[in-house]
Write a protein that binds this ligand. Structure first.
Ligand SMILES: O=C(O)[C@H](O)COP(=O)(O)O
Length: 258
């Protein structure tokens, strides 16, 4: 907690997943971390261990790439005692019919502008995933989503950032905000687009400006919020600025040919 009644919260996107490594649209497919992603999680934990930030509770999604990133961070930072709450509302946005497609090949098929709209626009979702989709069953029947999963009516077939925010914000407002008001020290490990939604909300970023925001994998960032939960520090990455910039650029360039 800050001296003047402010409250800190640390958030981090999961480490690189096996599907990030293959440059596939992942969404709700339950890919695990790649070797590099495990190392990113270890480095994040080591960094937090030597940082001034302490935690009372951690929140993560219903997907193993975030859950395993959190477990590694907690282990490396000496926080294995921390209570953990998992919720589907922190899941990555559902990428619909694009799930499993290679990002560069998708650009070759549909064009860079259309893919940029699907990836980063505010309210244009990718095409829906139908029941005959290769990954429909593994996503719909994921045991990881049974504990605190969406109702059948809530289970998405695709999501825009807007739709993602609409299911993430109830969790933020009903669970996280009361804890922040009690000055609870929170760590959130989630996904690129669920975190983009939280950042958009906290910094009141416009629907247009959010299209340019990319979040790197595995690098924690700090928000310091005042008594009204307005940011006094926004998205301050805990790491070497050059490394952070390169990691952000890497995400932005996933749709470009190597
Ligand atoms: O779901 C995925 O494919 C990634 O984790 C996020 O992909 P994006 O950066 O292309 O939105």
């Amino acid at each position: 907690m800050g001296d003047n009644g402010n409250v800190d919260i640390i958030m981090v996107r999961h480490g690189e997943s096996e599907w990030n490594l293959k440059n596939l649209f992942c969404g709700w497919y339950d890919a695990d971390l790649s070797e590099a992603g495990i190392k990113e999680a270890q480095d994040a934990g080591d960094h937090l261990k030597t940082s001034p930030y302490k935690f009372d509770i951690a929140y993560t999604s219903g997907l193993k790439r975030a859950q395993n990133t959190l477990a590694t961070i907690l282990e490396r930072s000496g926080n294995t005692h921390l209570p953990i709450v998992k919720t589907w509302r922190l899941n990555e946005r559902h990428y619909g019919a694009l799930t499993g497609l290679n990002k560069v090949e998708t650009v070759e098929k549909y064009g860079a502008e259309q893919v940029a709209i699907w990836r980063r626009s505010y309210d244009t979702p990718p095409p829906e995933m139908h029941e005959d989709h290769q990954y429909y069953d593994s996503i719909r029947n994921n045991p990881n989503l049974k504990e605190d999963g969406p109702t059948p009516q809530e289970f998405p077939k695709t999501e825009s950032l807007k739709l993602t925010i609409e299911r993430t914000l109830p969790f933020w407002n009903n669970v996280v905000v009361p804890k922040l008001k009690e000055k609870t020290r929170i760590l959130i490990v989630a996904h690129g687009n669920s975190l983009r939604g939280i950042v958009k909300h906290l910094d009141n970023i416009s629907d247009q400006d959010i299209t340019t925001l990319n979040l790197p994998t595995g690098i924690p960032f700090l928000y310091t919020l005042d008594a009204n939960l307005k940011p006094v520090v926004s998205m301050k990455f805990l790491g070497d600025p050059d490394i952070v910039a390169a990691a952000i650029e890497k995400v932005a360039n996933q749709t470009k040919k190597k």
